[in-house]
Ligand binder design. Structure first.
Ligand code: 13P
Ligand code: SF4
Length: 340
């Protein structure tokens, strides 16, 4: 599947006074509606700052299942809101812009998955959480970037080393999981996220030349994952300074650095929204984007104003058809339970 030349979104400039006023309005509306605001790490800063919880895909799913509020205002993309609705069917899940999709989730349909599975009837299917509810409904296990390796290891533990696995839809994450687990009978779908696939080996070469000795934090969806692993294997990059992490894992790295107060350059290969929470968590570190153009236009469709409108009007409800939701719940619950 080829990389789509989708436009990258510019970061919006915001007037600080208007932002503070609207954030106060959002908090009041959330309270009146008994809503919790969940936001992904790639959301714009003014949305992150008004949220009750900011995190990665796994953390957001766990929060959706645990919170007691009757409404979840989900600041992220559509598949995330669907996942929240499946895990918390009694709650109302609101997405401030229903067009906030995901190029990776679009890279496989349920029909395509069923046809692929028919070629490997014995295989266990593992689908990344960045998929539609319909795809999850024909999946055995879901995973996120923070537990993909642990999910595959669990399947090997339960079914033995010969177990055949169909993994998708992200080919870079699939190649990474296969390399780490060394598992062979594994078929990998050739989908990708246009933002992460756009972070190429050349970006790493260039940014390394500008910041020699910097640490690397790399999201396993990135198009540069294989080449960085090769640099490490060849001894060109110090293995100690390279970490393949989910966005939540990157936050863990920042929290550790904040404790010891150490100062250094850190190159971050993921969507650029991540720089904001990282810099906030560890201000003494110098976080540098591996590719400053890597902005997800879908994530940036959620604005403070749209969040205000959704809370005010109760608009943007995401509901999953009950039969699909019922079938999709088991692979999602398996994912949520495997927390490395
Ligand atoms: P995580 O937050 O789980 O690392 O996922 C990143 C992502 O691309 C979500 O769209
Ligand atoms: Fe999807 Fe990529 Fe955007 Fe994440 S960054 S929501 S995977 S398009």
């Amino acid at each position: 599947m080829s990389s789509l030349p989708l436009p990258m979104a510019p970061e919006p400039a915001a007037d600080p006074i208007l932002v503070a006023e609207m954030q106060a309005e959002v908090r009041e509306l959330a309270k009146a509606r008994d809503a919790v605001i969940l936001a992904h790490n790639y959301q714009v800063p003014e949305v992150q700052d008004v949220a009750d919880y900011v995190g990665d895909s796994l953390g957001l799913s766990q929060q959706a299942a645990e919170v007691e509020n009757s409404v979840i205002a989900f600041c992220g993309v559509h598949f995330m809101a669907e996942t929240a609705s499946i895990l918390a069917p009694e709650k109302t899940v609101l997405l401030p812009d229903l067009d906030a999709g995901c190029s990776l989730a679009d890279s496989i349909t349920a029909e395509q998955l069923v046809q692929w599975q028919a070629k490997f009837p014995e295989a266990i299917t593992v689908m990344y959480v960045n998929t539609t509810a319909a795809v999850k409904a024909v999946t055995d296990y879901c995973c996120t970037s923070s537990n993909a390796v642990a999910v595959v290891e669990e399947i090997i533990k339960q079914h033995g080393p010969e177990v055949e696995i169909c993994f998708g839809p992200d080919m870079f994450l699939g190649a990474y999981v296969q390399k780490i687990t060394g598992h062979q009978p594994m078929h990998i779908w050739d989908g990708e996220c246009h933002v992460h696939a756009g972070i190429r080996p050349d970006d790493i070469t260039n940014v390394r030349a500008e910041h020699p000795g910097a640490d690397f934090l790399i999201h396993p969806e990135c198009g540069c994952v294989t080449s960085v692993m090769e640099y490490v294997a060849a001894g060109d990059v110090d293995a100690d300074g390279v970490q393949m992490l989910s966005t939540g894992g990157m936050m863990g790295y920042a929290a550790e650095a904040a404790k010891d107060g150490s100062k250094r350059d850190v190159i971050v290969a993921t969507e650029t929204g991540m720089l904001y929470p990282l810099q906030k968590a560890a201000p003494q570190l110098n976080f540098i984007p591996a590719n400053a153009e890597a902005s997800c236009r879908y994530m940036k469709m959620i604005t403070l104003e749209k969040l205000r409108n959704t809370l005010r009007d109760g608009s943007g409800e995401v509901k999953v058809e009950p039969l699909i939701a019922e079938r999709a719940r088991l692979p999602i619950e398996r994912m949520v339970a495997i927390n490395p």
